[in-house]
Design a binder for this molecule. Structure first.
Ligand code: ATP
Ligand code: MG
Length: 209
């Protein structure tokens, strides 16, 4: 059986990750590809509890947050992502390792060496086959999240902080061009969907045939 492909959506607040993850899953289903959508933090009962915990009582030490996310990720990879991929199912995750690299690394300054060590123990060898980085000026992302009516504690950060996050994602896209595709998220939903589909077709569908 052919192994499934692993796709992640990344980018700042309100850029359209959840919207596009859902649309991509629908397209893949229509194309006859078995697919599941999952998210981080979350994706498993333990992961969802960790998500609630972090959203409710913000840890004072960023290290607490990093280790909680890593614990949730270990569970997510071993109990959801890896079994699905082994089974030939494609997996779409709404946020994954790059969010940790950017939020806990760039935003809070935790060491990249520690972050990559944790990746080695929680993710390796199941790194994403393709990462779609949705890029949008920080002000527009926060505005979208505000219009949606739900604003997490991350959304409420200063705009300068959101720009730091945006830059972090752009750096990842530049440094890992084989895995990452940068998508202009300022376009209408359907245009972004088309760009996402083009990237998936070019990177994964051709190869899967
Ligand atoms: N291309 C787009 N143009 C305009 N509005 C959009 C676009 N994509 C998504 N939206 C709207 O912006 C809001 C945020 O979208 P969505 O929830 O998908 O973003 P997100 O990246 O998952 O956000 P978060 O980081 O908070 O999880 C939603 O109300 C959505 O309908
Ligand atoms: Mg979302």
């Amino acid at each position: 059986m052919k192994r499934g492909k692993f796709i992640t959506f990344e980018g700042g607040e309100g850029v359209g990750k959840s919207t596009q993850a859902k649309r991509l899953a629908e397209r893949l289903e229509r194309a006859g590809v078995p697919v599941i959508i999952t998210r981080e933090p979350g994706g498993t009962p333990v992961g969802e509890d960790v998500r609630d915990l972090i959203m409710k009582d913000r840890p004072t030490d960023p290290m607490t947050e990093l280790l909680l996310f890593a614990a949730a990720r270990a569970e997510h990879v071993t109990s959801v992502i890896r079994p699905a991929l082994d089974d030939g199912t494609w997996v779409i995750s709404d946020r994954f390792i790059d969010s940790t690299r950017v939020y806990q690394g760039k935003r809070y300054g935790l060491e990249p060496e520690l972050i990559s060590l944790l990746e080695r123990y929680t993710v390796s060898p199941d790194f994403p086959d393709l990462t779609l980085i949705l890029d949008l000026p920080a002000t527009e992302g926060v505005e979208r999240a505000q219009n949606r009516g739900t604003l997490s504690r991350y959304d409420a950060e200063r705009i300068e902080t959101h720009e730091v996050l945006r830059k972090g994602f752009l750096e990842i896209a530049t440094s890992e061009p084989k895995r990452c595709v940068l998508i202009d998220a300022s376009l209408p939903v359907s245009s972004v969907e088309t760009a996402v589909w083009q990237a998936v077709s070019a990177h994964l569908l051709v190869e899967a045939r």
